[in-house]
Every structure is written in structure tokens, then in C-alpha cells.
Design a protein. Structure first.
Length: 274
């Protein structure tokens, strides 16, 4: 009964909103660090990062926790909005909400909905392609001790002259080993080339520009969402002390504007500079 009340009550919903929100803030930092390799790293480094994020067992568990947190955070926010409206079915005779709250705090549901649209679009264009679509491969062709380009027959344990092998479409095994289809002959080692997919997507002169602008606008929405959400999360968890409120507000505003700004720089760089 106590657990049910914790989930159904307004205080309980705010508590879970705060926990999932702060967890997603940690996710944003990790995701940003990885994505910044599109600017400061090499194509190989970014593809190695993408491979690690999709194959490491611990990261896979964290990924599922992240998906659940996003859904829980969104549903909890919708339920809170409905619950708050039911609590005040009749508007005040004189409403001056702007004097007591920020624009972001009054529009968190709208901001959250817009972010859900962005997340869904983002996952379709990149996450789904990395996991399920046919992708170009960034391969490092094997060489024998004499430096010649070769393939390796894992059955016989010997090198084979590449010119004698019918190539065709490579088959990916073990995440980063490429074989001649239907055989045990390994042609190369490498990774799915998510770097190429991402750069080509944003550099396209038509839809690339549209999605770049959409991405930047979504980061503006994220900044507004975080500007209220980060600080209110600590309040919901009871960390509301005059000694620390100032520091929390400074950190919250810094996080709310710096993190989305860095995310926004990535597509702008890929489209206009890369």
C-alpha cells in the first residue's frame, strides 16, 4: 500500500521525476563526451566508441535503464500535469503566474513533449541504423608479415592471396570481424562506419540543413527544460537549504546552457565546417 501511494501521490511522482531527471542529466554528459569525438576525434575513434557503446554488457544494461528512465520521466510528467489541472479545475480570477514562476516552469509539459519528438527522430536516424540497418564498413585490411594485403582463413589458419578470393558483400561477425559470406575466410577487421553515416547525414545540402536547424532548436528547448528541471529536482529530493541553493542554482544554469550549447555545435560544425 505504501509503495502504491508513493507512485500515485503528487509528492511520489515529483520524487521519481527528480531521480529519473538527474539520471538522464548524467547520461547527457556521457553522450556529449562521446559525440564530441565527431569534432575532436578521428573517424576510427568515433566508430570504436560506437562499437563499445553497442557491445559492452554493462553499457547495454545502462542503455536499457536509460530507455526506461526516458519513458518513466515522460509518463510521470504527463500524469503530474493532469493531476495538477484536476487539483485546480477553475482558474484564478486574476492570474499573474509570471510574477511567481519562470516561463520554463509553466511549460515543462510542452517542452518535454517537443524533446520526445526530437529523441524519437534522433533514434530513427542514428540509433536504429547502428543496430539494425545495413551500414558502410570501416575496415582495416589484414596484412601478412611481409606487408602484403591478404585475407585470413580461420579454418586452415593460413593467409590467402586477396586476388584469389571472390569478395562481394562482407559478413560481420563478433561485432568487428568481416568475413567472405558463407565462409571462414576473414577479410578484415574494423567497425560499422557510423561516423560516415553521421557526417553524410548532416552535410546533405537539403535534409541535412533542415535537421541541423531542427537539432539546434531542440537543444534550445532542452536548455529551457533543464533550466527549471535541474534545480527543481534537488528541491523535490529535499535539498532545499539556503546554504546550498545558490550553488545549486549556479550549477543548474551552467549545466542547462553549456551542455545543450555543446550538443548544438556538433551538427553546425558537421554541416558548415566539416
Amino acid at each position: 500500500m505504501a509503495k502504491s501511494a508513493l507512485l500515485k501521490s503528487s509528492i511520489g511522482k515529483k520524487y521519481w521525476m527528480a531521480l529519473t531527471g538527474l539520471f538522464l542529466c548524467v547520461f547527457l554528459i556521457g553522450h556529449l563526451v562521446g559525440n564530441l569525438q565527431l569534432i575532436f576525434g578521428t573517424d576510427l575513434q568515433f566508430n570504436q566508441y560506437a562499437y563499445f557503446m553497442t557491445t559492452n554488457p554493462a553499457i547495454k544494461v545502462l542503455s536499457y535503464v536509460t530507455y526506461i528512465s526516458i519513458l518513466f520521466h515522460a509518463i510521470d510528467g504527463i500524469l503530474l500535469t493532469i493531476q495538477n489541472k484536476k487539483a485546480r479545475p477553475v482558474g484564478y480570477a486574476k492570474n499573474n503566474a509570471a510574477a511567481n514562476s519562470t516561463w520554463a516552469s509553466r511549460n515543462m509539459a510542452v517542452l518535454g513533449t517537443l524533446l520526445l519528438v526530437f529523441i524519437a527522430t534522433h533514434m530513427v536516424n542514428f540509433w536504429a541504423k547502428m543496430h539494425f540497418a545495413e551500414m558502410p564498413l570501416q575496415t582495416q585490411t589484414l596484412t601478412n608479415p611481409m606487408g602484403q594485403s591478404v585475407v585470413y582463413n580461420t579454418t586452415t589458419g593460413s593467409f590467402v592471396d586477396a586476388a584469389q578470393v571472390q569478395m562481394g558483400q562482407l559478413e560481420l561477425k563478433n561485432g568487428k570481424e568481416f568475413y567472405i559470406p558463407g565462409s571462414d575466410i576473414k577479410f578484415a577487421e574494423g567497425y560499422k562506419d557510423l561516423y560516415k553515416i553521421t557526417v553524410d547525414f548532416f552535410k546533405d545540402p537539403t535534409y541535412g540543413l533542415v535537421f541541423t536547424l531542427f537539432y539546434v532548436l531542440s537543444m534550445v528547448v532542452l536548455a529551457f527544460h533543464l533550466s527549471h528541471g535541474f534545480r527543481s529536482a534537488f528541491q523535490s529530493l529535499g535539498a532545499n537549504n539556503p546554504k546550498y541553493n545558490g550553488l545549486i542554482n549556479v550549477i543548474g544554469l551552467g549545466f542547462a546552457y553549456i551542455v545543450p550549447a555543446l550538443f548544438a555545435i556538433i551538427p553546425l560544425y558537421l554541416h558548415f565546417v566539416k
